[in-house]
Design a protein around this ligand. Structure first.
Ligand code: SAH
Ligand code: SF4
Length: 359
């Protein structure tokens, strides 16, 4: 079977070229072609000799995702639907940063579907199809990077004068489809390549989890960790059990303990995500329970008003006044709170929606 060069880590690639009798700098050239110049084939690597390229083509290849659909929202959010080799589809969402309009945050997927079945989530309704391989995770970044610099997808209004078409993905968040800590090995391999080969600082990467406790511990143990976001979505077990079945396995007491034990580097905070579901978890009492629950944890809170994904979920978006009231209670207790406006609602940007709508 041919080796997919994007699946290899820095050390593995070095070993790979050395086993072919090549000098170590050949691996740096290949890395440069794949991760900086975004080459789509071995043939493009014109500073490798023709013979070496022929030899590589015999035993290796570079994978690529197939872009099926692209949508641009009025708020500048862009959504990409990619097809994988086996015909499955995944989504990535590109969100303009509030400051620095030529910079973007890319929200990537880690699985096709998700096994955790959170009741409000479109990806959860799909169930788990399969884990993504590291190269499929990395490819989302490489391809979107290539696309944003092919000016075609940047509306003229956004292409500030003076940026010279130089658009940049500054942050990566694992908040697309899937539960990254249920695909720990491949996500870990992707994280290594994103930092070591693409040059992203770990401070610029956030892994979001519904609370897979062994995964949180493992992430803490594997060195200078990426930022972590935990989807709490409820402040008591009864409500959380109703909306997130995973809570029956890892309840709030255990989850908060794991958060407290997470070794945070200086000046960093855990992000707690809280999807506000009208009439379910959005009362003043819920806000006070949340304050109590996370007391003593260096954190910030992202409040996300529910994005209606499917009528079958039966949930509704809370009125704006409720959202503001909820935020007020948290702020009064001294917490840092951001309301994450539902980005790209007009293009089905909530995770899992674009895939679900594609036939
Ligand atoms: N599995 C991980 C990461 C992907 S989900 C996790 O659950 O954290 C990313 C975020 O989207 C989670 O915080 C989740 O609670 C939120 N989310 C899912 N469906 C949503 C919806 N319909 N409206 C608003 N937020 C939603
Ligand atoms: Fe999976 Fe996250 Fe969706 Fe829950 S919210 S079903 S963990 S993707």
């Amino acid at each position: 079977m041919k080796t997919n060069l994007k699946q290899l880590t820095k050390e593995e690639l070095l070993l790979f070229v050395e086993n072919l009798g090549q000098k170590p700098y050949r691996s740096r050239q290949i890395i440069n072609w794949i991760y900086k110049k975004h080459a789509t084939s071995i043939n493009e690597m014109c500073d490798l000799s023709r013979d070496f390229r022929d030899e590589l083509n015999e035993i290796a290849f570079i994978s690529n995702l197939n872009l099926l659909q692209r949508r641009v929202s009025k708020d500048g959010t862009r959504k990409f639907l990619f097809e994988l080799e086996d015909g499955e589809t995944i989504e990535s969402v590109l969100i303009p940063n509030i400051r620095g309009r030529n910079k973007f945050t890319l929200c990537i997927s880690s699985q096709v579907g998700c096994a955790l079945g959170c009741r409000f989530c479109m990806t959860g309704l799909l169930g788990l199809k399969r884990n993504l391989r590291a190269h499929e995770i990395i490819d989302q970044i490489i391809i979107v990077n290539r696309l944003i610099n092919l000016n075609s997808i940047i509306p003229a209004a956004l292409a500030n004068k003076g940026t010279n078409g130089n658009f940049e993905i500054s942050n990566i968040v694992f908040m697309g489809m899937g539960e990254p800590l249920n695909n720990f090995n491949e996500v870990g391999r992707a994280l290594r390549n994103i930092t070591e080969l693409m040059g992203f600082s770990r401070r610029k990467i956030t892994v979001s989890t519904a609370g897979i406790i062994p995964g949180i511990r493992k992430l803490a143990d594997t060195g200078p960790a990426a930022n972590i976001a935990v989807s709490l979505n409820a402040a008591n077990d009864e409500t959380r059990n109703r909306i997130m079945p995973i809570n029956k396995k890892y309840n709030l007491t255990k989850l908060i303990k794991a958060c407290k034990e997470f070794p945070l580097p200086p000046n960093r905070r855990i992000t707690f995500e809280y999807v506000l579901l009208g009439g379910i978890n959005d009362s003043g009492k819920d806000a006070l329970l949340l304050v109590e629950l996370i007391r003593g944890i260096k954190s910030k809170i992202n409040l996300i008003p529910y994005n209606p994904v499917h009528s079958s979920t039966g949930f509704k978006k809370p009125p704006e006044s409720r959202v503001l009231e909820f935020q007020k209670v948290l702020r009064k207790a001294g917490l840092i709170v951001i309301i994450r406006k539902s980005k790209g609602a007009d293009i089905s940007a909530a995770c899992g929606q674009l895939r679900a709508g594609y036939k």
